[in-house]
Design a protein around this ligand. Structure first.
Ligand SMILES: [Zn+2]
Length: 204
């Protein structure tokens, strides 16, 4: 288990630094896999993903390595298939609730691939991608729900272009191609916790 040295108490609201697009207190592992959003385009969609490397194994260093372009192809048979991919997400929430950020939220991360949301293609242009460490079948942890709610609330506060009405899974924008975050992600639980967070004035 990773012990983080967060200087901010767990109960404190998360905060995005507006100037840098970085989440204060998150572990920053900045990825070279990003570029600018198209001119004038602001993020107005949140895409929730699930990932584990190798599939079904948790806690290793491999997600950081994939998103920074340093995954060793020979470390696991599965890695041969994906080692050359230039992909990223804005952030990852690990099983223990640790948040890792790879790309500033204002920039375009490469997480959704070929995708479409309500008739608009190329979701990376206008979305923020959050990965949960997990699989389609393994229930996500309580800490992951807690941190996803806190992070979503922080993003909603920081980017007025975002809305709690426009939060989807990767499988929703790339059906037939992607299945994550999978049936193991409990959308009604997430939405209920997010709603409660809002009405509690929790940090808003
Ligand atoms: Zn995904």
């Amino acid at each position: 288990m990773t012990i983080t040295t967060a200087t901010i108490p767990d109960s404190a609201p998360l905060r995005v630094d507006a100037a840098t697009g970085l989440l204060v207190g998150a572990r920053q592992v900045l990825s070279p896999h990003f570029d600018a959003r198209p001119a004038g385009v602001k993020p107005d969609l949140l895409v929730v993903h699930g990932i584990s490397l190798p599939p079904g194994e948790f806690g290793g260093p491999w997600i950081d390595r994939l998103f920074t372009g340093t995954l060793p192809a020979d470390a696991h048979p599965y890695f041969k298939k994906i080692a050359g991919q230039r992909v990223s997400a804005h952030a990852l929430i690990r099983r223990d609730g640790e948040i890792v950020q790879y790309v500033p939220f204002g920039e375009r991360a490469w997480h959704a691939g070929e995708s479409q949301y309500r008739g608009r293609a190329a979701c990376n242009d206008f979305s923020i991608g959050i990965e949960l460490e997990g699989t389609d079948e393994t229930p996500y942890t309580d800490l992951q729900y807690e941190k996803l709610v806190a992070l979503t609330a922080a993003l909603l506060r920081s980017y007025s272009s975002l809305s709690d009405q426009h939060i989807v899974g990767h499988s929703d924008v790339a059906p037939g191609r992607k299945t994550d975050p999978g049936p193991s992600f409990d959308w009604s639980r997430f939405r209920a916790q997010l709603g409660k967070h809002h009405t509690a004035g929790g940090a808003t």
